[in-house]
Every structure is written in C-alpha cells, then in structure tokens.
Write a protein that binds this ligand. Sequence first.
Ligand SMILES: Nc1nc2c(c(=O)[nH]1)N[C@H]1C(S)=C(S)[C@@H](COP(=O)(O)OP(=O)(O)OC[C@H]3O[C@@H](n4cnc5c(=O)[nH]c(N)nc54)[C@H](O)[C@@H]3O)O[C@H]1N2
Ligand SMILES: Nc1nc2c(c(=O)[nH]1)N[C@H]1C(S)=C(S)[C@@H](COP(=O)(O)OP(=O)(O)OC[C@H]3O[C@@H](n4cnc5c(=O)[nH]c(N)nc54)[C@H](O)[C@@H]3O)O[C@H]1N2
Ligand SMILES: [Mo]
Length: 660
Amino acid sequence: MHIKDGKLERISGFKKHPLNQGRLCSKAVSAIDLVYHPERILRPLKRTDNGDFKEISYGQAMDEIAEHISQITKVYGVHSMGAWAGEAIGFQQQEGYARRFIHALGSSTYLCAGSVCSVARYIANCLVQGGDIIRKDFINAGAILIWGANPEITHPPDMWQIEQAKENGAKLVVIDPRKTKTADKADLFIQIRPGTDGALAWGLCKQLIETDNYDHEFIEKNSKGFSSFSEYARKFTFDYVSLETGVKNETINKLFEILIENRPRIINYQGNALELQPNGFNNIRTIICLGGLCGAVAVKGGELKTEAFPHRTLWLTDEIPLKNSWPIGVDRYPLPFDFFKFGHSMTAMDHMLGRTGEHLKGLVITGANPAVTNPNSKKVSDALSSLNLLVTKDLFLTKTARLSDYVMPAGTFLERSELHFYDNIQTVALSKKIVDVPGANNEFSFWKDLADRLGFGEQYFPWSSEDDVNRWILEPSNISMESLIEHPEGVQRAPFRGPESNKDVLATPSGRFEFSSDYIANIGQSALPEYKSLSYIVKRDKNYPFILITGARNNIFCHSRIADFRKFRKSSTVPECEVHPEDASGLEIRDNDKINVVSKFGEIELWARVVCESDILPGFLQIAHGRDTANVNLLTDDNDNDPITGFPNMKIVAVRVEKA
Ligand SMILES: Nc1nc2c(c(=O)[nH]1)N[C@H]1C(S)=C(S)[C@@H](COP(=O)(O)OP(=O)(O)OC[C@H]3O[C@@H](n4cnc5c(=O)[nH]c(N)nc54)[C@H](O)[C@@H]3O)O[C@H]1N2
Ligand SMILES: Nc1nc2c(c(=O)[nH]1)N[C@H]1C(S)=C(S)[C@@H](COP(=O)(O)OP(=O)(O)OC[C@H]3O[C@@H](n4cnc5c(=O)[nH]c(N)nc54)[C@H](O)[C@@H]3O)O[C@H]1N2
Ligand SMILES: [Mo]
C-alpha cells in the first residue's frame, strides 16, 4: 500500500506474499476505488416514514438499534433476533464478531453465506476422508481433475500451481458444460451436462473396481462400506454414463486411461457449481470416493493432511451451548449446524414471513446483500421488508440496504486489522489497518458498541481495540504480534509434514475412509452417495425448455460487490445471457438482442450474448449473478434444495426465452 499524506495512492503486489507472490488481480489493484468511492456510506442512515433515508448521528443510531433489539427480544423471545454475515467479510475473524454478538445476546439465530458457499464441499470432505485433508499437492500431481470450477478466474493462486504442475508433466482435465478459461488450458475438456458429475464419477469408480485398478491395501485396511459401494456402482456402465452426461464413451475412456496411468497421484478439485444443485452433496462425495479408490489420500501428488493452526476463536458455541435452542433450519438440514453452528438461510425467509411456528423479527446484516445474492429474490425482499427491525452494515446503499430501517457505515478490509490463518501452510499473517476514512466503522467497533449498549460488552467484548483482540486470538500459537508486524508475509508455525502423515487414522466419524456414511444414514438419508438422475434436464418442460446455469464468475465482478468501480465501467457493460448459436437461430435472436428470460419465479430482461459453438452446450444458458437490475436470482428457487445440505439449486434452472 503506497500512502501519501495519509491517503492511499497506489496498490502494488508484495513478492513475499505466501499465496500470490505479488501477483494481483484487477480487483485488488482497484481497491482504492472502493475506499474513496463517492457513493460510500459514511453516516448512519435512518428510514423515515415516507420511505426516504435521513442521516443521523452514530450515537443516536446505535441507541435506537439497541432499544429495538431489547424490545424485540422481550416481546418475541431472544431467538427472534438474528445476525447475518456475508461472504464479503469472509469466513474467519470478521464473521466471528457477528456470531459472538448474537450468541452472547442468547440467540441461536446466526445466518451466513455458508448456506450457499463451500460448506457442503467441506462437510462432504469431512465425512468421506476427514476434515484435515485440505491441501492439494498440485506440484507433484500426475493428473488434476477440475469439476465445476474455474480457478483461472476464481482462484488464480491455485491456477498458478496447476500450471506449474502441467509444466512438470501433470495432465489437466476440466469437466464443465462451458468452455471456460481454465478449460482452454486443459489436456482433456469434458463438456458435461450440468448435474450429472455424479454419474461420471460412479462410472469411473465402477470401471476402476471391475478392472482391478484400485488401491487394495488402502481400501482393505482403511476404508468402510466398500462392498455396498461396489455393488451400487455396477449399474454405471460407460453406456449409461454417456447417455446421462452427454459425454461420448471414448472421452470417458480417455479420462479413465488418465486415472489408471497416474494413480495415486490424482487430484480432484471441486468447485462451488457442484454444491448448488439438488444432488450436489452426493455427487461431491462420489468424486471424493473416486480419489480414495485411486489411493490419492495422504499421498504425494494427491490430497494431503494438514493440522489445525492453534489459536483462540471468537465463537461462543462451547461457552453458550446452542444445541437445544433449535436454530433456524436445523430441523430440516442439521448438517451445517453440526459442523459450523449456523442456521440455514434457505429456511429463514419463511420464519420472517410468519409461515412457521417460530418468529424471526429482527436482523442485523453485515457484508451481505441477500436481496440480490440469495435465491428467489422477490421472496427475500418481501421477507426482509416484513421485519420489525432490519439493520444493514455496508459500504454502499445496496438493494438490501434500501430495504432496511437503519443503514450503518462499514469499513473496507483496508480499514481494519485482522489475522489470517492459512492452515494448509501452517502460516499466520496480519493485515494492518492502512487508512482511516472518517465516518467508517469496522466490524469490531460496531459489535462491541452494540454489546455495550445491551449490557454484555464487558463480559463478551472486553477488549479495547482490534489490537487487543488479535493478541488474545494469537496467544495459543506462541507467535508474537511483534513478529507478525515485522513479517507482513506471515510467520510459519511449523514446517509442513506433507505426505508422510499417517493415513491409518482419518478424521472421519469412523476414522476410516467412508464410502458409506452412518452419519448420513442417521439423518434419514441414504448411506451411500446415491446418484439421482434429474429427468428434467433430458425431458424438458415445454413451457421452460432451456436449462439456465447461473453465477459463473468473471474477473472483474465479485458477487454483488465492486459493480460500480470507475476502472471497470468501460468493461462492465450490460447484463448478458450466454446463448448457443443453434438456440439463437431457433429463437430468431441475434447477438446483442434484448431478451426476457422467464422461470416459474420471475422474469428478467437482458441482452443475448451469442457465444461460439463450443463454448456452451446447446439447450443451456448462463447468466452471472450479483446485479441489482436483471438480477438472476429473481429466477432461482429457494425451495429446490439438496435434501442433505439444504443448498439451493442455482445451476440447473428451467427457463424459457422470449424476445423482448
Ligand atoms: N444465482 C447465483 N447466486 C449466487 C451464487 C451463484 O453462483 N449463483 N453464488 C453464491 C455464493 S457462492 C456466494 S459466496 C454469495 C455471496 O453473496 P453475499 O454473501 O451477499 O456477498 P457479496 O455480494 O459478496 O457482498 C455483500 C456486500 O458486502 C459489502 N461489503 C464489501 N466489503 C465489506 C466490508 O468490509 N464490510 C462490510 N460490512 N460490508 C462489505 C458489499 O458492498 C456488498 O454489498 O452469493 C451467492 N449467490
Ligand atoms: N472474480 C471472482 N472470483 C471469485 C468470486 C467472484 O465473484 N468473482 N467468488 C468467489 C466465491 S465466494 C466462490 S464460491 C468461488 C466460486 O468459484 P468456482 O468454484 O470456480 O465456481 P464457479 O465459478 O461458480 O463455477 C465454475 C464452473 O462450473 C460450471 N458448472 C455449472 N454447473 C456445473 C455442473 O453441474 N457440473 C460441472 N462439472 N460444472 C458446472 C460453470 O459452467 C462454471 O464454468 O469463486 C470465488 N472467486
Ligand atoms: Mo461463494
């Protein structure tokens, strides 16, 4: 960060950074625009009777919010008050403040982006091969299979390692219905029908088992449920898999050859696209099982074990047990709560709308814009509007903020001081507060000030500054704050033990690699990761004959963030829908024509982007998410969920297209 007279002038890469080695994306370089954006909210706003906002003082806003919270908990019970932390503030320290506050208040109503992001993949990993297996040994891999992800755009530091692996001779396989920038670099691109990855993985498992190409020693000594798994695999002949996935038999065979040539040095890299589907969780489990059969667990060039980095957490779940208070959604989807102690946002709207026995009457949202990013946006807006109290803490007057009673200024990531723990390289780093923007307010101060007003600040937010909190969190690691200040690239706690780690004990419920899960059986679902064919992909509804994929990332947008950066205005043109040329001609539309895309839930108007023949499968469309206008989540369904994780279907949405 280059600062002149207290003002941030320029951002450049930091060569010693352990993950990016000084290479930055356009969003990082443009973060100056985020800090000094003319539309930033720097004074609390209160909604008036005629629906406008008026500026009020911070003290008045906080007093009034605290008073409303007291009233709501008194009248409707403490769980009727909730907090929601979004992806913009991440899954570590910052969300911890929101969590801590709401649990200290006594409420179990904590919601977050975990209902749509990464948690399903993580839990699948925990249950099949253990939550400590979180590092992929790209550099030594023989083959890397990328399923439903586009790391070239979404995780460049991973992609650099993947490219390095390719230079070392690894084969790259990309499995995606769309020809992405990552797919452009693949040795084998498998253009698969969305939702059918499970079938492909089962087919490969069957073939590995039947041709006796699997790791006998590992399977016999360290696994559970292999016989029922093999039995179930039988029906997945390559012919069946080909019919289901739309992938040619010979292409599946090519992938199979790559696996047997390179096992156990196989990496299966799974993206967010897989979890946002009706059978996503089981498809992911099957893909992990495929890795297990190859023996790719705790092995060089495969998946490696890591250790948790010792540190304190802001979570209060051990101090204030929440088990018996039935957090929102736990009755339907217990998994996210079991693993991460949050309620499910997919069920929250019904609570707000009074459609369940329990009430949700007040909500404080920070770093999230659910009115745009959650499925079925119309319902989300109705639900948020029905609350007795809605407070949104954000940098901008977003769609969600506009529905709120109070909008509170936030601080960007450059206006706070926080710790970053990278378990998989056993490193901790500190990002220091760089700039002061008058009126901005970071997460720590906000939640502490509110806790003070409600009478539990002294007990649960005893720290006087972010620096105090950081020291408290860091203490068990035996690493000093001073050394972190001296080493902005971070400090490594212990050298990485790598592939020599023990594979006899995995951190799964049984301690073994689980092809079949008693844990899942105990919540009333099938123990095996059964495959469900989604008939509507093949047999289309005549009213909704297209399948819409949503939310493929591009490099300048991040969800609903950063949509209005000066630097990006030229390139961030109009909202678009990717259409295959064959479909375009059938619909008699041309590139840049205005179209309406209609689902059972709503309709949006946007521009057709007719892509190349090979860029997307015919009959499928793609629209990115995160826009205020032409918001694709007006088309998605909040009730079409994975029955195990509750994750919504955002990747396989039945729609029709009309000329506007
Ligand atoms: N249709 C469809 N919808 C999707 C997806 C999809 O693939 N398809 N993907 C889903 C996924 S994976 C995710 S993670 C979610 C993300 O969705 P959300 O959790 O809603 O997160 P964002 O839209 O990234 O950010 C929300 C707000 O945070 C604000 N913000 C930025 N920095 C800060 C800060 O430092 N402090 C505070 N308080 N606020 C800040 C931004 O201005 C923005 O308004 O979207 C989901 N929605
Ligand atoms: N620039 C940028 N980077 C980001 C984000 C951002 O908004 N912008 N968001 C961040 C967040 S929170 C997340 S969760 C990650 C998500 O990033 P990734 O995990 O990489 O996932 P996506 O970009 O959602 O989807 C990747 C691909 O999945 C394909 N796909 C869709 N359905 C299927 C299917 O059924 N099977 C298969 N095999 N493929 C399918 C899509 O065509 C798409 O190309 O990105 C992170 N990085
Ligand atoms: Mo995400």
